[in-house]
Design a protein around this ligand. Structure first.
Ligand code: CP
Length: 310
């Protein structure tokens, strides 16, 4: 068993080995135990500075990174792009070099352009964590999803995981495909042809145009948000029509295993990709995903900091 991860940054699950993923999950279990205590704060990263740089909206990822950093006793800066000197023409790189000059040890970035965290990682000494870049990757979401599946189902190897919806624009889907395949799961991708490009099959996932066929006997059903902000017109006729064809209702869920877990990275569009009956039902682990994000993000920051010391 390796004792540390290889890279200084977390840019995507594409770059991680199965053993590195398992190490993150194992450490997240330890941090989750700590989070159950009365005193949830540990001095692990005392003296370090974490900067949250979000150039796209976020509820779950930004707040859980902030809380995870605070639980590890770091100082946290939440950079506000709309009130920053970016509006005066400062470049993204100059902005990041500026926050690094203030002593940032870990920079967490979400940006609408794919590849921004990778570019920044080549210019800074701090560790860079990708909190979602365009349509490319969202690695901590995939790690918290794997953690949640492991908690509920044990081994991931051999599980049938159906990922449904707007695969084309989803960084969550891509990070999950890389991660789940490395852990031995069977990944199925389901969606309209307009949102499920054929090249996705090259990542080792089976593609389905029929919802019923795709979720048959599934152990895990992962619904995706329709990313309307990244779509032009013409991917599907209307959101009502989309729900009729690709939405998860209680009736449709019957094709999966009775104990299949229902996941969604959030934010959900109720009635568009998932019904409230399913989202709030007994098989849903959607809020547990949010809870687990905290422990997983603590584990990620812990290991990246440990790597910096070597
Ligand atoms: N899953 C996810 O990234 O949610 P937020 O956009 O709220 O961070």
């Amino acid at each position: 068993m390796i004792k540390s991860i290889n890279g200084r940054h977390l840019l995507g699950t594409k770059d991680l080995s199965a053993r590195e993923i398992m190490l993150y999950l194992k450490s997240a279990r330890s941090f989750k135990d700590i989070l159950r205590r009365d005193i949830k704060k540990v001095p692990t990263l005392r003296g370090r500075t974490v900067v949250n740089l979000f150039f796209e909206p976020s509820t779950r990822t930004r707040t859980s990174f902030e809380l995870a950093a605070k639980r590890l006793s770091t100082d946290v800066i939440n950079f506000q792009a709309p009130s920053s000197s970016i509006l005066k023409g400062e470049s993204l790189l100059d902005t990041v070099l500026t926050v690094e000059a203030l002593g940032a040890d870990i920079i967490i970035i979400r940006h609408s352009s794919s590849g921004v965290p990778h570019m920044l990682s080549r210019h800074v000494r701090a560790s860079v964590i990708n909190a979602g870049d365009g349509t490319n990757e969202h690695p901590t979401q995939a790690l918290l999803d794997a953690f949640t599946i492991q908690e509920k189902k044990g081994e991931l190897a051999g599980l049938k995981v159906a990922i449904i919806g707007d695969i084309l624009h989803s960084r969550v889907a891509k990070s999950n495909i890389y991660c789940l395949k490395k852990l031995g799961a069977e990944v199925r991708l389901i969606g309209p042809a307009t949102l499920l490009p054929e090249c996705m099959g090259q990542l080792g996932a089976r593609t389905f145009s029929s919802m019923e066929e795709g979720i048959e006997d599934a152990d895990v059903i992962m619904m995706l948000r329709l990313q309307l902000e990244r779509q032009g017109k013409g991917f599907f006729p209307t959101t009502d029509e989309y729900f009729r064809q690709w939405g998860l209702s209680g009736k449709r869920l019957r094709a999966a295993k009775p104990d299949a877990i229902i996941m969604h990275p959030g934010p959900m569009n109720r009635g568009t990709e998932i019904s409230s009956e399913v989202a709030d039902g007994g098989n849903s682990v959607i809020l547990e995903q949010v809870t687990n994000g905290l422990a997983v993000r603590m584990a990620v920051m812990f290991h990246l900091d440990e790597r910096k010391e070597q």
